[in-house]
Write a protein that binds this ligand. Structure first.
Ligand SMILES: *[C@@H]1O[C@H](CO)[C@@H](O)[C@H](O)[C@H]1NC(C)=O
Ligand SMILES: *[C@@H]1O[C@H](CO)[C@@H](O)[C@H](O)[C@H]1NC(C)=O
Ligand SMILES: *[C@@H]1O[C@H](CO)[C@@H](O)[C@H](O)[C@H]1NC(C)=O
Ligand SMILES: *[C@@H]1O[C@H](CO)[C@@H](O)[C@H](O)[C@H]1NC(C)=O
Ligand SMILES: *[C@@H]1O[C@H](CO)[C@@H](O)[C@H](O)[C@H]1NC(C)=O
Ligand SMILES: *[C@@H]1O[C@H](CO)[C@@H](O)[C@H](O)[C@H]1NC(C)=O
Ligand SMILES: *[C@@H]1O[C@H](CO)[C@@H](O)[C@H](O)[C@H]1NC(C)=O
Ligand SMILES: *[C@@H]1O[C@H](CO)[C@@H](O)[C@H](O)[C@H]1NC(C)=O
Ligand SMILES: *[C@@H]1O[C@H](CO)[C@@H](O)[C@H](O)[C@H]1NC(C)=O
Length: 324
């Protein structure tokens, strides 16, 4: 997952597509700025840390924990929940209008859902999820980024809290079954990609899609939990990871549009491919306890939310706190 914005802005101000100081920029594909260089040339302190993400999840080592109950989601049914879709030059990011997450064994706090973005490989044959499960890499992974609402924009407090971000990871996989079971919502989302082919391009949603629509078919009571980091520089170790066991089923066409449409920069620049960080050392993993009854209720409710703009600022400012 990534908190994007500030760095690219700084690079743009510096003049060219690359930063004046090449050690600041990062990328996935180029050996000069790829993941192996992150701990060396950028944010050494964090990318070299001891709770880095992503990881391989070894399901046989996941310890069942009765505290890992269902989540409460608010406004995930908001059909106007997706506002803007942007090619950041590193990922495709969707800004959210509102929404909160709580429960799920998270600290006793409300987390605000600010954005989600995606990680992918190269088409449906070369998978590109960030987390893997028992060595399996999925075609794509969606990360919903949620920040503790209580900080309400105070970055100083947010970065000092090693649980300030709750990231929700969902695997995307090609539908293996009747075509009518594939999520048409992901086809709709992917249909915006031709409008944002160049780095920095963005478009506003005209279609009405909710987060619930995009998460259709996933049992959100079944998940893995571990403490980790941002998966992009500056790799801050402030993330409570939730990785859901069931994948979102999408069409092959939707997956392939990501690796064939959006580019790093202009029309002659490289396609955005293999946008994932390699696996980092294992962390202790917990999982929801198997239900003792057959009834599980997907938690859903309505509630209040705090100022979204303030939280968006916190996200942007998180970039700046290391001085980059
Ligand atoms: C971080 O790791 C890189 C190698 O990956 C190493 O060159 C560098 O010295 C390390 N930095 C720290 C502060 O440990
Ligand atoms: C959670 O926080 C609320 C508000 O601060 C408090 O009323 C409640 O007792 C707390 N619950 C737990 C389990 O700590
Ligand atoms: C991505 O896939 C396409 C089509 O299969 C292939 O031509 C291209 O070489 C691949 N690129 C990378 C970087 O793997
Ligand atoms: C998962 O953990 C088990 C038990 O420690 C081990 O035998 C197995 O090799 C691990 N598998 C992977 C893919 O790491
Ligand atoms: C953030 O919170 C700290 C501690 O409460 C406070 O000292 C600081 O002034 C706050 N910063 C901002 C920008 O509000
Ligand atoms: C998080 O910070 C607290 C102190 O604020 C510390 O006790 C705890 O060990 C830290 N957890 C991790 C996983 O770094
Ligand atoms: C996408 O591009 C097409 C063709 O240029 C245009 O008609 C349409 O309005 C654009 N859609 C959005 C949401 O920007
Ligand atoms: C397109 O971007 C590449 C870097 O990806 C750059 O080298 C090239 O000059 C750019 N071309 C134009 C016409 O801006
Ligand atoms: C979230 O946005 C929707 C649509 O604008 C609105 O109906 C809903 O009341 C909002 N939720 C909150 C908590 O403000």
């Amino acid at each position: 997952m990534q908190l994007l914005g500030g760095l690219l802005v700084l690079c743009a101000l510096a003049g060219q597509g690359r930063c004046a100081d090449a050690s600041i920029d990062w990328c996935y594909q180029d050996a000069s700025c790829g993941p192996a260089t992150w701990p060396v040339s950028l944010a050494v302190e964090f990318c070299n840390g001891s709770r880095q993400s992503p990881i391989n999840i070894n399901s046989s080592k996941a310890v069942e924990d009765a505290e890992l109950v269902g989540f409460s989601f608010t406004d995930y049914d908001n059909k106007l929940g997706l506002t803007k879709i942007k090619n950041t030059g590193k990922t495709v990011k969707v800004t959210l209008a509102n929404g909160t997450v709580s429960g799920g064994g998270l600290p006793n706090s409300t987390y605000q859902s600010l954005q989600f973005h995606l990680h992918w490989g190269n088409g449906s044959t070369q998978p590109g999820s960030e987390h893997t499960v028992n060595g399996k890499r999925y075609p794509m992974e969606m990360h919903i980024v949620n920040v503790k609402a209580i900080y309400n924009g105070n970055t100083t407090l947010a970065v000092a809290d090693n649980e300030s971000i709750a990231a929700l990871g969902f695997f995307l996989e090609e539908l293996d079954g009747p075509a009518t079971m594939a999520s048409t919502y992901w086809d709709t989302l992917a249909s915006y990609l031709p409008n944002i082919t160049n780095g920095g391009d963005y478009a506003y949603f005209a279609d009405k899609i909710s987060l619930d629509d995009l998460l259709e078919g996933v049992d959100r009571t079944k998940y893995y939990r571990y403490l980790g980091s941002l998966t992009t520089p500056s790799c801050n170790e402030v993330v409570i990871w939730t990785v859901f066991k069931e994948s979102i089923k999408v069409s092959k066409e939707a997956i392939e549009l990501f690796s064939s449409t959006v580019r790093v920069a202009n029309g002659t620049s490289a396609l955005l491919l293999n946008t994932y960080r390699p696996i980092q050392p294992d962390q202790a993993i917990r999982t929801n306890a198997r239900p003792t009854t057959t009834t599980t209720t997907a938690a859903a409710s309505s509630g209040s939310s705090v100022t979204l703009a303030a939280a968006q600022m916190a996200i942007a400012a998180l970039w700046a706190f290391k001085g980059v």
